[in-house]
Write a protein that binds this ligand. Structure first.
Ligand SMILES: Cc1cc2nc3c(=O)[nH]c(=O)nc-3n(C[C@H](O)[C@H](O)[C@H](O)COP(=O)(O)OP(=O)(O)OC[C@H]3O[C@@H](n4cnc5c(N)ncnc54)[C@H](O)[C@@H]3O)c2cc1C
Length: 539
């Protein structure tokens, strides 16, 4: 296994480690109103989704994020925009319907980072009966306004290529559709769009205190690299701190609330590509859980996830030996060639910040979002977000603003839910879509390898040409740090996407860390540190 310590994703730590006094930089002075309509704590998918919806509707918005955008749960998901087939068993019909509907909406607004996948679910004698799988998938196909995604089909695994990686005991399966999402990029694109619509986005800025009064909120903020402090005021506050939602409520706001958070840890493992073909698998386990096996980053396979109650610091979460063994066992129960811990190239883990509905097992706790609105008499409104999924973030954002609207000045711009039809940055695909953009780039930058251009269109969509700009030769791309990461791309990510550290680029804006040696990562790290004085986003 590649050095797990080096590769392990460490939220909330990389921001502070390397800042020396010499590199300290003043917190950029935002051109802020005297009082924002809305302040948001947390730059995960929910905070950034709320920021985008609110800015588009005309409210002034301030968002602070203690570390990098998407540095916690929102970069540690299975990366599926999905209804959640297994939630049907828990009769979570509202959640599944809403999530299924969102699949095609999100694919439409961000076709560069969201795309359809086919999942093969083998029938396993002794587990769920075939009639139950068929019924569940019929519901899944029809519950959520599916238009463009293909429906379910029966697969004879002995004859179908999808059966080849599987043991011969599995003869029957069902193939259905869901979508893939680059989760951390979805967060950043929401933040970019919010900023373009006037929101102030402040990564690496921790909220360290919050006071409420008749006008609203006073937030005390600290920049995590410089230590600089700042105070802002806002009429209403959204607590979208994910696994820290309880800390914000109890330690910062000192709110009197009965709502309880249930932290559930999930881990994934990444191994070298296990089989050819683009199909994913859904394997049922004897403990009634399911595990996904998904082609990943062209040369790898992603396997996950686990579901375990978690009590530690969410920033310290990592995959345990038991979880790794569990995931290897689950995949090996179905695949012809077993998966072993020795094959691991990377692991990542995250904590689901679920609403505690008292379910006996972690896997049964509701994945639906719960919004708690606290209106202390005559003082600023506070709305806390529990639970939710990447898939439903846009609907959650709408619901948050529906609840807060009566406590905010009248909105003056776009209609509620405008985010469902306005493309995210780079998602304004021309007729002909991905292939047309790729062909355009190939004609304009013939000296860049086709695989690299493909990766760049997947990452930046129509903005790939902004990133490459006037480059007219390999030399114009600058240093190549490793993989196919060029200095030009690094500088773009610093300028346009708030990247500050090597980890921001290698594990969140991209997954190029999978392709780089520790020396190459160290080189990038040194380059980023030297860049720090320039690191002010100038979109
Ligand atoms: C293993 C796993 C697999 C999953 N798979 C899927 C999936 O396939 N599909 C799907 O739809 N969903 C999935 N989810 C669910 C989804 O990832 C989460 O619901 C979602 O990412 C939560 O986002 P969030 O914005 O609420 O929290 P986070 O992403 O954790 O963001 C909260 C942010 O708040 C910041 N913060 C905390 N305190 C402060 C403070 N005082 N000041 C400033 N900032 C602060 C943190 O640094 C953090 O970045 C999965 C979750 C897990 C754990």
């Amino acid at each position: 296994m590649r050095n797990a310590i080096q590769l392990r994703y460490t939220p909330l730590q990389d921001a502070t480690n390397r800042v020396s006094k010499e590199t300290k930089q003043a917190m950029p002075a935002a051109e802020a109103p005297a009082i924002f309509d809305l302040a948001i704590i947390g730059g995960g998918i929910n905070g950034c989704g709320v920021a985008r919806e609110a800015a588009g509707r005309g409210w002034s918005v301030y968002l602070c994020e203690a570390n990098d955008l998407a540095s916690a749960t929102s970069a540690a998901s299975t990366k599926l925009v999905h209804g959640g087939l297994r939630y049907l068993e828990h009769r979570a019909f509202r959640l599944v319907r809403e999530a299924l509907r969102e699949r095609e909406v999100l694919w439409g607004i961000a076709p560069h980072i969201i795309w359809p996948l086919r999942f093969v679910l083998p029938y396993h004698k002794g587990l769920r009966p075939a009639w139950k799988l068929r019924l569940g998938l019929a519901l899944y196909d029809n519950l959520g306004g599916r238009r463009r995604l293909p429906g379910t089909r029966l697969v004879k695994l002995r004859r179908d290529p999808a059966g080849q990686p599987l043991k011969s005991d599995y003869t029957l399966g069902f193939e259905y559709s869901d979508c893939w999402v680059e989760d951390a990029r979805l967060v950043v694109l929401n933040a970019m769009d919010a900023a373009e619509r006037g929101a102030v986005i402040a990564p690496r800025t921790r909220c360290i205190g919050a006071e409420r009064n008749a006008e609203g909120w006073t937030l005390h903020l600290q920049h995590m690299r410089t230590g600089d402090r700042q105070v802002i005021r806002a009429r209403a506050l959204v607590n979208a701190a994910g696994p820290w939602v309880g800390d914000v409520l109890h330690k910062l706001v000192r709110a009197n609330t009965a709502a309880k958070l249930r932290m559930v840890k999930g881990s994934h493992i990444v191994v070298r590509k296990l089989y050819p073909g683009g199909q994913c698998y859904v394997f049922q386990n004897e403990d009634r859980r399911i595990v996904f096996v998904i082609p990943y980053e062209r040369d790898f396979t992603l396997i996950g996830t686990t579901d375990l109650d978690y009590e530690g610091d969410p920033a310290d979460v990592s995959a345990s030996t038991e979880e790794i063994a569990y995931l290897c066992r689950s995949a090996s129960a179905y695949l012809r060639v077993p998966v072993t811990p020795a094959q691991l190239v990377w692991t990542y883990s995250g904590v689901r910040p679920l609403f505690d509905d008292g379910a006996p097992a972690a896997q049964a706790a509701t994945r639906d979002y719960v919004l708690e609105l606290d209106l202390a008499a005559g003082q600023g409104a506070l709305l806390s977000v529990f639970g939710g999924k990447i898939t439903t973030y846009r609907r959650l954002a709408q619901a948050v603003l529906d609840r807060l609207e009566p406590h905010l000045p009248p909105a003056v711009r776009l209609q509620p839910g405008w985010t469902g039809s306005a493309p995210l940055p780079g998602g304004d695909f021309p007729v002909g879509g991905f292939d047309v953009i790729l062909a355009g780039l190939q004609a304009r930058y013939p000296f860049i390898a086709p695989d690299t251009l493909h990766r760049l269109v997947r990452a930046y969509g129509t903005l790939a040409s902004d990133m490459l700009g006037d480059a007219d030769s390999p030399a114009a791309l600058g240093t190549i740090f490793g993989g196919d990461l060029s200095e030009r791309e690094v500088r773009y990510l610093v300028r346009a996407e708030w990247a500050v550290t090597a980890a921001d680029i290698l594990w969140r804006r991209s997954k190029l860390g999978l392709r780089m040696t520790p020396q190459q990562m160290a080189h990038l790290d040194a380059f980023m540190t030297a860049l720090q004085p320039e690191q002010e986003r100038v979109l």
